[in-house]
Design a protein around this ligand. Structure first.
Ligand code: TYD
Length: 202
């Protein structure tokens, strides 16, 4: 039985979600809450090996293979890290989760969305985030933030990232009660205030 809270953070590369996760974790720890910051792909152990392949493999990677690797990492992450933390009553703050696969491999790479939804369901064995925050930002700004030193995924190009961004907005529209969008071009303190407001509504 789940006793904790599960919050996921989403958005294109360079949207600033990692900073916001850290700020929320600080806020929660001041409130005496036990939190776990984690990420996909590659929280730890086996996941780190999968992350290394996903972000740095130099040869061809087919979209289906890429999807299955992200999903394999997710299944391991849910079973071995997220579920135990939730059962222990922790607030789990997860940098990327199911909506990343939908946005990147679905909207971005063009794999059918129903297929991704089905595979995501298998990977998470029925567990859903209590809240998902999408940090929305225009792709040019986010690409400038990422800089020149790009990993395999980050090197996918402006058109790809525009599809991913619009995919996230579509996901938010279709899942309005779970997924909330915040303008990530705003000042860090303002974004943090909005994140805290969303948390407080849970
Ligand atoms: P990471 O360095 O963690 O990026 P960020 O700091 O922006 O979160 O790399 C994760 C990359 O993997 C990122 O480009 C998004 C991509 N990704 C997918 O394409 N599908 C997925 O299911 C997940 C979890 C990540």
């Amino acid at each position: 039985m789940q006793k904790g809270l599960f919050i996921t953070f989403e958005g294109v590369d360079g949207c600033g979600k990692t900073t916001q996760i850290e700020l929320l974790a600080e806020y929660l720890s001041l409130q005496g809450k036990e939190t776990l910051i984690t990420r996909e792909p590659g929280a730890r152990g086996l996941g780190e090996k999968l992350r290394e392949i996903l972000l740095n493999y130099p040869g061809e990677v087919s979209p289906n293979c890429e999807s299955f690797l992200f999903l394999a990492d997710r299944a391991q992450h849910i079973d071995c890290i997220i579920k135990p933390a939730l059962e222990a009553g922790k607030i789990v703050l997860c940098d990327r989760h199911t909506d990343s696969t939908l946005a990147y491999q679905g909207y971005g790479r063009g794999i059918e969305l129903e297929k991704i939804n089905y595979l995501n369901e298998i990977a998470v064995s029925g567990l859903k985030p209590d809240l998902t925050i999408v940090f929305d930002i225009d792709v040019e700004t986010s690409q400038n933030r990422v800089g020149k030193n790009k990993d395999r995924m980050e090197a996918s190009g402006i058109e790809f990232f525009n599809r991913v961004r619009n995919g996230y907005l579509d996901i938010a529209q279709k899942n309005a009660s779970r997924v909330k969008v915040i303008d990530a071009s705003d000042r860090i303190e303002n974004i943090h205030r909005k994140v805290v407001e969303l948390y407080c509504r849970l």
